[in-house]
Design a protein around this ligand. Structure first.
Ligand SMILES: *Cc1c(COP(=O)(O)O)cnc(C)c1O
Length: 391
């Protein structure tokens, strides 16, 4: 019997959010305006950050941060290769060198020791990545960053709803959240920059809209003051209110979104606990609240009898979507072929990154998915492993 397709992810959009989008469409003000301000306030209230700037994407946020911190030719930026390509692309486009740091084999996150080993007198910035919904070991990483006086920008694309030692990601430091369609809270496309540094927030706010000196939405004139001037050349990375209002609705349901993900993952982990060759990933040992952006397993081909790519194919045949988060950046065509000539030696020890890049697979996980869907996925995996697991 044909079963309906179970996707890797589906955005959690409720009728009240659809109604709110329609209201914005009818309001006469569809681009950046009051809903942006409300979304920024909601992010500030949740994270505890003093400043939040809504943007067109997390990638835009990374770009503006690199610009604001003056990253350019001759500079090195330490970041994992086990991440989405946007960070590495932007460091490269800015003319700086991405210095790839390895990750822990099971959490897929980098560590203070690994970062410290790569610091040189050219290191200008560290961009570590909160992974799959778990937090980085921030205390250790900031201790190293402060010792060497190097700024940190946290890639918090996966981390809305995640806590480290009792505090939400975003409460401290400079963080960039993604609100892309797959992320836990979405505006279809979007990003949010948070910081407690008022000057940096003001600069990002200016750079995101042509470098104009005024951003405030004026309720009287329905827009910014027509006299606003270019303070410095800027970009066009603002978020439309049609999008912002979507994210606003989800921020109000963040607890329930996170809880649904946690429940689904608990079921996955329980059902997979006795499956040899399949290892669920991403639970750090320090105190944290996991917001479970992704349910990642590692496939050991010598035990399973199939490799990761074969598993993705097998699941697809059974109507189940799967993903890879991520294929190591340094193994992507451009970096494979050009890293050495452009940047020189690559960190020779990326063994955990390379090992996992071949083996990790993300399974369906989204609010609204049922526990029976989890059972369907695990059954499909077990059936393919062989008869020993069949009832
Ligand atoms: C999604 C993602 C990004 C980019 O987010 P966009 O909003 O799509 O630009 C950056 N880093 C990581 C780790 C991501 O998963």
């Amino acid at each position: 019997m044909e079963q309906t397709f179970l996707p890797l992810s589906r955005p959690a959009i409720e009728q009240q959010e659809i109604d709110a989008v329609v209201e914005v469409l009818k309001s006469g003000w569809i681009t950046t305006g009051p809903k942006n301000a409300e979304l920024e306030d909601a992010i500030k209230a949740y994270t505890g950050a003093e400043h939040a700037v809504a943007l067109s994407s997390a990638t835009a946020g990374l770009h503006l941060t690199l610009v604001a911190l003056g990253i350019g030719p001759g500079d090195e930026v330490i970041t994992p290769s086990m991440t989405w390509v946007s960070t590495v692309n932007l460091i490269t486009l800015m003319g700086a060198k991405p210095v790839f740091v390895d990750v822990d084999a099971d959490t897929l996150m980098t560590s203070a020791e690994r970062i410290e080993a790569l610091i040189s007198d050219k290191t200008k910035l560290i961009i570590p990545v909160h992974y799959a919904g778990a937090p980085l070991d921030l205390d250790a990483i900031y201790a190293v960053a402060e010792q060497y006086n190097i700024p940190v920008v946290e890639d918090a694309a996966h981390a809305i709803g995640c806590e480290y030692k009792g505090r939400p990601i975003g409460q401290t430091g400079h963080c960039i959240f993604s609100l892309h369609a797959i992320k836990n809270v979405t505006t279809a496309e979007g990003g949010i920059f948070t910081t407690n540094d008022a000057k940096l927030a003001e600069r990002i706010r200016r750079l995101k809209f042509h470098g104009l000196g005024v951003d405030a939405f004026d309720r009287e004139t329905q827009g910014r003051a027509p006299q606003a001037e270019v303070i410095e050349p800027g970009y066009k990375y603002n978020m439309p209110d049609i999008c912002a209002v979507l994210g606003l609705g989800q921020m109000q349901r963040l607890e329930s979104i996170t809880r649904q993900r946690q429940d689904l993952v608990a079921h996955y982990r329980e059902l997979l606990s006795d499956v040899a060759g399949i290892t669920p990933m991403s639970v750090p040992s320090y105190t944290h609240k996991h917001c479970w952006h992704l349910m990642i397993i590692r496939v050991e081909p010598s035990i399973c009898g199939f490799d990761r790519d074969q598993l993705i194919g097998l699941l697809k045949q059974q109507g189940i979507g799967a993903g890879i988060h991520f294929k190591a950046c340094h193994s992507q065509k451009y970096y494979r072929e050009n890293y050495a000539t452009r940047f020189g030696d690559i960190n020779p020890d990326l063994s955990n990154t390379e090992f996992n890049s071949q083996r990790i697979c993300s399974l369906p996980l989204f609010p609204g998915m049922q526990l029976s869907d989890v059972e369907r996925v695990v059954t499909a995996i077990k059936q393919n492993i062989g008869s020993s697991h069949e009832a």
